[in-house]
Design a protein around this ligand. Structure first.
Ligand code: HEM
Length: 397
C-alpha cells in the first residue's frame, strides 16, 4: 500500500487537537469497553450454567438471577462505552475505520440488528428466568450466541482495518470489483484470547461480589464462601487459559519479547497470585484495570506499527487547533461525567450495603452529589445550546 493513498484518505480538515491525546483516550476508553464486554459475556455465560442448577442448589438459586442482572446492565454500559473508542479511532485512524466499514458494509448493517435482537432476547431470558426458576435456558443460550457473534463482527472490523496491504485484493479480487460489502476477516488466536478474558473477569467479579455482600446479614456465610471459592477457581483457571492464548498471539505476530508484551505477562502473573490468595479482591481489581490498559495499549501498538511502517504516522496528522471544542469535550468528560458517575456509584454502593430499603434523600453524600450533577447538567445544557446557536447564527447571518 502506497502511503499517499492512506494520506489522501485522511480528513482534509485535520484533527482539532494533538493526535497523541486522542490515542491515549482511545486506549483508555477501549479498555473500559472491553471490561464491560468481558463482564457481560462472562456473567451471562455463567448464568446459563446457573439455570441448570438453580432449582436444586440453594447457592445457584441466589447467584443465577444476580448474574443475569449483571450481564443485562453490563451490555448497556458496553454499548455506551463502545461509542468512545469508535469516535477516537475515526479521528486519528479514519482511513482504516472507513475502509473497513465500506468493505464490510453488509456486516455493519447486520451488526446493528444483531445487537438489537441479541439484547431484546436477553430481556426475554431475564423475564423468563424471573418467572420460573431455571427458566429461559434456550433463549439465554441463543441470546448469548448472538452477542458473541456481535463481538466476532467487531473483531472483523478491527482486523480488516489493520490490513491495508490487503485492501485492494479485498476490494477487487483478481481484478474484479466486489462491492458486496461481505468482506470478513478473522484472526482466530487474537479473538480467542480476547473472549477468553471473560473467564478471569467474571472470576474476579465473583470475588468482589462475595466480599461486598460479606457485610450483609441476609446472605449466609456458606453462600459468601461458595461464591468466593467459585471466583477463585474461575479466576485462576481463566488467567492460565488467557495467558496461554496471549503467548500464542504474541508468538504468531512476533511481539512476544517486546517490553509491553513482557509487562502484560508479568501483570498476569501478579494477578494469578492475587486471585489465588484472594486477600483483597478490590486491590486485585485495580491490578486487573492496569493489565486491561496494557492489553488495550498492545492493540494500539500493533496498529500503530503497521501504519507507521506504511508511512502513515498519526503524529503527523495535520492539527487544526480548536481549543474551545476540546475544552468543552474535556470539561464534559471530566466534570459532568466524573460527578455523574461518582453519584451513581455512591448510590449503588450504599444501596447494596444497606439492610432493607435505602432512602437516598436522607443520605448527605448521595443528596449532595445528586444536586451537583443536576446543577452541572443544567449549566452544561445552557452553555451547549447558547454556544451552538451563537456559532450557527454567526456562520449563516
Ligand atoms: C455485545 C456487543 C459487543 C461485543 C461482544 C463487542 C466486542 C468487542 C471485541 C471482542 C473487540 C476487539 C476486537 C479485536 O480487537 O479483535 C471490540 C472492539 C471494539 N468495539 Fe466492541 N463489542 C460489542 C459492541 C460494541 C458497540 C455497540 C460498539 C460501538 C458503539 C463497539 C465499539 C468497539 C470499538 C470502537 C472497538 C475497537 C475497534 C478497533 O480498534 O478497530 N462495540 N469489541
Amino acid at each position: 500500500m502506497d502511503a499517499s493513498v492512506l494520506l489522501a484518505l485522511r480528513d482534509p480538515a485535520g484533527v482539532p487537537f494533538y493526535p497523541v491525546v486522542f490515542q491515549v483516550l482511545y486506549v483508555l476508553t477501549w479498555a473500559l469497553h472491553a471490561a464491560f464486554v468481558l463482564l457481560a459475556l462472562g456473567s451471562m455465560g455463567l448464568s446459563i450454567y446457573g439455570t441448570f442448577s438453580q432449582k436444586s442448589d440453594s447457592n445457584w438459586k441466589i447467584l443465577t438471577p444476580h448474574l443475569i442482572q449483571t450481564g443485562k446492565i453490563s451490555i448497556s454500559i458496553l454499548i455506551v462505552l463502545g461509542v468512545a473508542p469508535l469516535l477516537f479511532t475515526q479521528v486519528i485512524y479514519d482511513p482504516n475505520w472507513y475502509v473497513a466499514n465500506t468493505l464490510s458494509g453488509m456486516w455493519v448493517f447486520i451488526f446493528i440488528y444483531t445487537l438489537i435482537v441479541g439484547y431484546i432476547m436477553y430481556y426475554w431470558y431475564y423475564y423468563a428466568n424471573k418467572k420460573h426458576e431455571g427458566g429461559g435456558k434456550l433463549i439465554g443460550i441463543i441470546s448469548f450466541g448472538i452477542l458473541v457473534f456481535a463481538g466476532l463482527l467487531m473483531h472483523n472490523f478491527a482486523v480488516t482495518s489493520i490490513m491495508p496491504n490487503e485492501w485492494m485484493n479485498m476490494y477487487a479480487p483478481n481484478g474484479i470489483v466486489d462491492n458486496s460489502g461481505w468482506t470478513f476477516n478473522m484472526d482466530i488466536v487474537r479473538l480467542v484470547f480476547m473472549v477468553s478474558l471473560a473467564i478471569p473477569v467474571v472470576g474476579i467479579f465473583l470475588q468482589n461480589y462475595s466480599r461486598f455482600l460479606s457485610t450483609r446479614k441476609d446472605f449466609s456465610s456458606e453462600f459468601i464462601k461458595y461464591t468466593a471459592g467459585l471466583g477463585t477457581k474461575m479466576g485462576v483457571i481463566g488467567l492460565v487459559i488467557s495467558a496461554l492464548c496471549f503467548v500464542a498471539w504474541m508468538v504468531q505476530i512476533d511481539y512476544l519479547f517486546t517490553p509491553l508484551s513482557l509487562a502484560i505477562i508479568a501483570g498476569v502473573a501478579i494477578l494469578l497470585l492475587m486471585v489465588g490468595k484472594n486477600n483483597n479482591s478490590y486491590l486485585t481489581t485495580i491490578v486487573l484495570v492496569i493489565v486491561a490498559l496494557l492489553i488495550s495499549g498492545m492493540r494500539e501498538l500493533i496498529r500503530f506499527n503497521i501504519m507507521s511502517n506504511l508511512g502513515y504516522s498519526i503524529y503527523e496528522y495535520p492539527v487544526n487547533l480548536e481549543i474551545p471544542t476540546i475544552a468543552m469535550f474535556l470539561l464534559t468528560f471530566l466534570i459532568l461525567g466524573g460527578v455523574g458517575v461518582a453519584w451513581l456509584l455512591t448510590m449503588a454502593w450504599k444501596v447494596g450495603k444497606n439492610q432493607g430499603i435505602f432512602d437516598g434523600s436522607k443520605d448527605v453524600a448521595v443528596t449532595k452529589l445528586g444536586n451537583y450533577t443536576l446543577g452541572i447538567m443544567i449549566l452544561w445544557m445552557v452553555i451547549y445550546f447558547t454556544w451552538g446557536m451563537f456559532i450557527l447564527f454567526n456562520n449563516i447571518l
